[in-house]
Design a protein around this ligand. Structure first.
Ligand SMILES: [Fe+2]
Length: 178
């Protein structure tokens, strides 16, 4: 993060995404899914590693992040970073957890999908085409939320409780956090 000169607000965002992702991973694990929580932890923290660079020079920051992780020798993290905007499948896995967690965090606060996408629409819905694209993303994110709810029985609102703790909280693998 330091090497990539990640701005403080993106670091704060990433730390909160990490909190939410690790919690969802812990709940899935409890429900019997094979989820690598360490991998979720690291990928969540690094998902926007190329965001600042892409804002400056252009390009798809998810894809750029994937390439960077591959280059550094972390292809499994790269695979997840590369899917944090769009998932390649609707399989319950580490990529889905990070993708979903990112969509529940607005700046560094946990919010509902609806609130997050209203904000995205406000900021990026500049014409009919971009509005349609954001709407499609919202539908996809809602489907992912449904899948995670069915899979782990978790209540999406419970993630909001994470706003009561700081992003630097010792996670202990997410056990008992919610
Ligand atoms: Fe991102």
């Amino acid at each position: 993060m330091h090497e990539k000169s990640m701005p403080p607000h993106i670091i704060r965002h990433s730390k909160t995404v990490r909190l939410a992702a690790v919690c969802v991973a812990a709940l899935l694990k409890k429900a019997g899914f094979r989820i690598d929580r360490r991998l979720v932890d690291r990928a969540a923290l690094l998902h926007d590693i190329c965001k600042a660079e892409s804002l400056l020079k252009g390009g798809d920051h998810a894809l750029m992040g994937r390439r960077l992780m591959e280059k550094l020798g972390y292809p499994r993290i790269g695979e997840i970073v590369g899917q944090h905007i769009r998932l390649e499948s609707l399989e319950v896995n580490e990529a889905m957890v990070v993708n979903y967690a990112d969509k529940r965090i607005m700046h560094d606060r946990v919010v509902s999908l609806q609130k997050r996408f209203i904000d995205l629409m406000d900021r990026y819905g500049k014409n009919e085409q971009s509005m349609q694209r954001i709407l499609k993303h919202y539908e996809d994110a809602s489907e992912v939320e449904q899948i995670l709810v069915w899979s782990s029985g978790f209540e999406p609102e419970r993630l909001n409780h994470l706003n009561l703790i700081t992003g630097d909280h010792a996670l202990n693998g997410g056990e008992g956090l919610l």
